[in-house]
Design a protein around this ligand. Structure first.
Ligand SMILES: NC(=O)c1ccc[n+]([C@@H]2O[C@H](COP(=O)([O-])OP(=O)(O)OC[C@H]3O[C@@H](n4cnc5c(N)ncnc54)[C@H](O)[C@@H]3O)[C@@H](O)[C@H]2O)c1
Ligand SMILES: [Zn+2]
Length: 344
């Protein structure tokens, strides 16, 4: 099932309910270079047989500018030209690296994604943001450029570990909190194992999240207004993720709890919403608490892309399904974070 979505900077063909095997017939072998990680290459070797492949170790630490230079050098070694198509097959780490590399190699080559993690299917592969980290700072170097296609093959999820399913649900819960009370209720009535074992239900949730993200990005690709909402939970997530080596999904889960707690403290939201959110996160085996060193976290937070002088544009909730963007002074954030201080 093909669906073309038009964004200001380009049109993306979505191939839903597809098989990665179809892709192998779509592009001439000599022009394609796959980018993937060692986990995926060993679990799904047929995708890469007799193909040009750029292989990376799995994990967030691969998302570095050094690796971009190394991969560009390998592309030159393969005599990749502007006719080359880069295809990222993997989780959010691989889609970010592929999109960034394709955007800068020879000032831009064509690229597409086959997301293999739930998190990449509902979020990372979509929207054209492609970034890498600089030290502890998340996605500080990046581009906004749309892939040519995104192919969904949910069979690939059969090898995804349960913990990674949980991480994907953090972003799904994010969309539910921001836009979709019916989805929030549906998730609250089901469980992680229900979706892991029910392809139809999972497909429904994935397509709904893809729909939300596409709607927001089509309206505000350059993140001048409503796209900022998608950062719900991410201000804190980005500050703790690399500092404490927490997977992105888990960091977002904690970040959403912190955001809702700030909303409650500032009187934006009726008390009790944070409890509902924590219950839902726990249902999907996600963490809701963390011990931190406030000083170290604040150091990273100060470099947040949404900082504006002494304040950060923080995404809060007025209620489930009703987000607000509020400029929060760094001092207020620091006070809220003190509840998580490891010295307490
Ligand atoms: N660009 C964006 O808009 C955007 C949005 C959200 C997240 N992200 C980024 O995405 C990253 C997180 O993505 P992620 O959670 O997919 O991480 P990931 O790419 O590290 O994948 C998580 C783990 O699952 C493994 N894996 C992936 N697919 C598998 C499969 N089918 N079977 C078995 N193992 C599999 C990977 O090898 C890895 O070990 C973060 O770097 C985050 O910043 C980007
Ligand atoms: Zn995210």
């Amino acid at each position: 099932m093909q669906q073309d979505i038009i964004f200001p900077s380009g049109t993306v063909s979505y191939f839903f309910q597809s098989s990665v095997r179809e892709l192998l017939q779509l592009y001439a072998r000599e022009h394609v270079v796959f980018v993937t990680d060692e986990h995926i290459a060993s679990l799904h070797p047929y995708i890469f047989n007799e193909r040009n492949v750029l292989l990376l170790p799995s994990g967030e630490s691969s998302k570095s500018i050094e690796n971009i230079a190394m991969l560009a050098d390998r592309l030159l070694g393969m005599e990749a030209t502007r006719r080359t198509v880069l295809i990222g097959v993997g989780g959010g780490v691989i889609t970010d690296i592929t999109g960034f590399l394709a955007s800068v190699y020879m000032r831009g080559v064509r690229f597409g994604f086959v997301p293999t993690s739930l998190l990449a299917m509902v979020d990372a592969a979509i929207g054209g943001k492609n970034g890498v980290n600089l030290g502890l700072h998340k996605n500080i170097l990046g581009t906004i450029r749309q892939p040519e296609f995104i192919l969904y093959d949910t069979q690939l999820l059969q090898t995804l570990p349960e913990e990674e399913w949980s991480n994907g649900f953090a972003e799904i819960i994010k969309y539910a909190c921001l836009f979709d009370t019916a989805l929030f209720d549906e998730l609250a009535a089901n469980t992680l194992s229900y979706y892991m074992n029910n392809a139809v239900a999972l497909d429904g949730v994935v397509q709904r999240c893809v729909g939300w993200k596409n709607k927001v990005v089509a309206e505000d690709e350059q993140e001048k207004s409503i796209r900022k909402l998608l950062n719900f939970g991410h201000t804190m997530a980005h500050a703790i993720e690399n500092l404490y080596a927490i997977p992105h999904g888990k960091a977002v889960a904690i970040g959403m709890v912190v955001a809702v707690t700030i909303s409650e403290d500032m009187g934006f939201i009726e008390h009790g919403i944070s409890l509902k959110l924590k219950e839902l996160l726990q249902r999907y085996k996600l963490p809701t608490d963390i011990r931190i060193d406030t000083g170290s976290v604040m150091e990273i937070l100060k470099m947040d892309k949404k900082r504006n002088g002494d304040a950060i544009d923080y995404i809060l909730l007025a209620k489930i399904g009703s987000p607000v963007i509020q400029s929060i002074p760094l001092m207020v954030i620091e006070k809220a974070l003190s509840a998580y201080e490891s010295n307490h």
